[in-house]
Design a binder for this molecule. Structure first.
Ligand code: ADP
Ligand code: MG
Length: 211
């Protein structure tokens, strides 16, 4: 079991925040993924639900955000609104020591016009479901031109739900030079193929549960 301090990469304020959250040691997927993510590498990681994947990518992408720039620097795609809300809430907890960082969710079920109004002030981090985000991109209410980190969370579920045409469309509207992180509870062949298409020399992580 390794502490977050042993990464030698997180600021003291974040280490204090993690202590307050009760995150005393890294989970296996965090220990395996965080060093590569913090170095800016692409990572594809398979680990079961509840293994701490959100903090694995969240702690990495937060370090790469420039709070002084008011543009969207990270995009996290999730299969459902409930999961997007969970990820956004976890990111807000992880970003508590960074008061100026704005996290916004863009999912179906909320009127488009309300979201369009909230997009007048860009969010540093957008957590979205693919369909609604694509609506915003097509209507140019959001731009991904400055995104540095793309996360596909629960990629296997997004595949099952038929989101990959939308995801490809979204990716075609993003900078090609970016960090791409792919997290999935299972690893079907289709996910491996998608990784080959959208990632560059990814570090591969597979955490087999012992229980
Ligand atoms: P996953 O995305 O792999 O299903 P989550 O990111 O939702 O898992 O995390 C599962 C739970 O574990 C959450 O309640 C989260 O707050 C907690 N958690 C994450 N990392 C740690 C840690 N290092 N120490 C203690 N609890 C953690
Ligand atoms: Mg998760």
């Amino acid at each position: 079991m390794t502490s977050f301090a042993e990464l030698n990469a997180l600021p003291a304020e974040q280490l204090a925040n993690l202590n307050e959250l009760g995150y005393l040691t890294m989970t296996p997927v965090q220990e395996a993924a965080l060093p590569a993510i913090l170095e800016g590498k692409d990572v594809r990681a398979q680990a079961k639900t509840g293994s701490g994947k959100t903090a694995a990518f969240g702690l990495g992408l937060l370090q790469h955000i420039d709070a002084k720039q008011f543009n969207t620097q990270s995009l996290i795609l999730c299969p459902t609104r409930e999961l997007a809300d969970q990820v956004a809430n976890e990111l807000r907890r992880l970003a508590r020591y960074l008061p100026n960082i704005k996290v916004l969710t863009l999912c179906g079920g909320v009127p488009f016009s309300i979201q369009r109004d909230s997009l007048i002030h860009a969010a540093h981090i957008i957590v979205a479901t693919p369909g609604r985000l694509l609506d915003h991109l097509k209507k140019e209410t959001v731009t991904l031109d400055d995104v540095k980190t793309l996360v596909l969370d629960e990629a296997d579920r997004m595949l099952d739900m038929g989101f990959f045409d939308d995801i490809n469309d979204i990716i075609s509207r993003m900078p090609t030079e970016r960090q791409t992180l792919l997290f999935s509870a299972t690893w079907p062949n289709e996910i491996a193929a998608i990784s080959r298409k959208i990632q560059q020399n990814p570090v591969t992580i597979e955490i087999n549960s012992v229980d």
